[in-house]
Design a protein around this ligand. Structure first.
Ligand SMILES: Cc1cc2nc3c(=O)[nH]c(=O)nc-3n(C[C@H](O)[C@H](O)[C@H](O)COP(=O)(O)OP(=O)(O)OC[C@H]3O[C@@H](n4cnc5c(N)ncnc54)[C@H](O)[C@@H]3O)c2cc1C
Length: 334
């Protein structure tokens, strides 16, 4: 690990001012991503700003509906919170499908949003990587690319965003609250993570010195009728190969509105608006579900080792739709 200066901030202002002074500083939340990457020397900050003393761990209902989750709320506290379990099961399930209980006790909402890819080439300094060193190349394109993206990639990078929580948050129309040197701003979750394009080193819309302070999730009828389905190589302690966040609002036996997002298959938390359009206004049926699954892979660009994800994602969409329909039938909704 390289030498770095450690600073424990007591206020948001201190943290932001410190971060704005050094472009290679990093906020330290739970440390479950950052410290690993520092040990691997993938991250080499000269200053680490510990934000654990900031009062940002609240989970509060918003006036008029919805919920505000502080950036320092731990993943396990969010997952087990009554309001989240009842109103946003997709978020609770996504969080509980991730990592291990010990990691979830440490990991925070802000850190989870910002966690970096698990691409083997990104995490191994003996390989080139356009994210680490722009222009150096991407060995994943022609190399072992089983875990890589089939959606949203470019000829510079096909690394996936590994977060489960992010998939639920993008489906739920969440909004990220940021505090920075120029004040406060908000950004829709779907616009926060960036596709790699020609600049894979730029992963988010976060600007220098900006701190994530909270995530706002609006109230919505589809949010409580929602689920998260995660497919992976083993049943726990494993990242997604394909995952689906799904929420549906029914009216008179038809799908009034839906929210659909994918993880494990894309370079960013992937909101599938084209699938939502297929479902809108339709009565649930196997034929409809098959059309939704087919839409899920529109624009997919599989590589040598990850072409199985084309089939896997379609099966995941089918299964998620069937599961939610069965839940609805049990509870008398559909
Ligand atoms: C073995 C293992 C298995 C895992 N499995 C899964 C899994 O299955 N699914 C899954 O989704 N995740 C998984 N994870 C990842 C885990 O969810 C993340 O490591 C965790 O969410 C990161 O949160 P943290 O608070 O520890 O972040 P940190 O490590 O403290 O920070 C991560 C990054 O976020 C930045 N950051 C932190 N807080 C803020 C803030 N408020 N504002 C701006 N920037 C901030 C930091 O500077 C850093 O760059 C796994 C991790 C490990 C180690």
């Amino acid at each position: 690990m390289n030498q770095f200066h450690y600073l424990r901030s007591r206020t948001e202002r201190d943290a932001i001012e410190a971060a704005a002074q050094r472009i290679d500083s990093r906020f330290l939340a739970g440390g479950t991503t950052l410290i690993d990457l520092m040990k691997l020397e993938v991250e080499r900050p000269t200053e680490v700003i510990d934000i654990n003393a900031l009062p940002l761990a609240g989970i509060e209902p918003l006036a008029g509906g919805g919920v505000r989750i502080g950036a320092m709320a731990r993943n396990s506290d969010v997952a087990h919170h009554e309001l989240i379990r009842k109103q946003y099961p997709v978020l609770s399930e996504a969080l509980l499908s991730g990592a291990s209980p010990q990691l979830r006790n440490m990991a925070t909402v802000g850190g989870n949003i910002m966690q970096r890819t698990r691409c083997y080439y990104f995490r191994d300094l003996s390989f080139d990587c356009n994210k680490r060193l722009p222009g150096s190349g991407c060995p994943a394109l022609e190399g072992f690319n089983r875990i890589h993206a089939i959606l949203g990639g470019s000829d510079k990078c096909i690394a996936t965003n590994p977060s489960d929580m992010n998939v639920a948050l993008v489906a739920l129309d969440s909004v990220i609250r940021l505090q920075g040197p120029r004040g406060e701003r908000t950004i829709p979750f779907d616009q926060f993570h960036l596709e790699p394009g020609d600049t894979p080193e730029r992963e988010t819309a976060l600007e220098s010195g900006e701190l994530i302070t909270a995530v706002d999730i609006p109230a919505a009828p589809w949010a409580s009728n929602s689920l998260y389905l995660k497919l992976r190589d083993r049943a726990s302690y494993e990242f997604a190969l394909a995952s689906v966040a799904l929420g549906i609002e029914m009216s008179d036996g038809r799908i009034k509105t839906s929210r659909v997002a994918f993880g494990g298959v894309a370079t960013k938390p992937w909101r599938a608006r084209n699938v939502e359009e297929v479902l809108a206004g339709q009565a649930p049926s196997e034929d409809l579900f098959a059309r939704a699954a087919a839409a899920a892979i529109e624009g997919a660009r599989p590589r040598r080792d990850n072409s199985f994800k084309v089939e896997l994602l379609q099966r995941a969409v089918l299964k998620a739709l069937r599961m939610l329909r069965q839940n609805g039938a049990r509870e008398g909704r559909a």
